[in-house]
Design a protein around this ligand. Structure first.
Ligand SMILES: [Zn+2]
Length: 105
């Protein structure tokens, strides 16, 4: 998949671990997802694949991409359409490209 930004930049999405791509999850869905993770951890179910699949089904994020040139955000809506948001500073802010803190490992 490639997104053609209105500034002319091409935003490719053909691999994993992209620094300009994110999975956005709403506050309500986030807590439902955490509940599903907790439930899977606490279950006595021995079928690990079944547990993994139930957690993955509970994940309800939407995809988002940031243009590395103009900073415009493209978010996937529920119907698979791209909705664009333009930052007021008009530049790429790279907030999806955070380094993991060693304290969180
Ligand atoms: Zn752009």
């Amino acid at each position: 998949m490639k997104i053609k930004c209105t500034c002319g930049e091409i935003i490719p999405d053909q691999t994993d671990y992209l620094s300009y791509k994110a999975y956005v999850i709403g506050d309500k869905n986030y807590f439902d997802f955490l509940d599903a993770v907790d439930e899977a951890i606490e279950k006595k179910e021995e079928d690990r694949e079944k547990l993994r699949n139930s957690v993955r089904r509970a994940e309800t994020s939407r995809l988002a991409w940031e243009c590395s040139t103009c900073g415009k955000l493209y978010l996937d809506d529920a119907k698979g359409n791209l909705i664009a948001y333009r930052p007021e500073n008009g530049k790429a802010n790279r907030f999806f490209d955070r380094q993991r803190s060693k304290e969180n490992d």
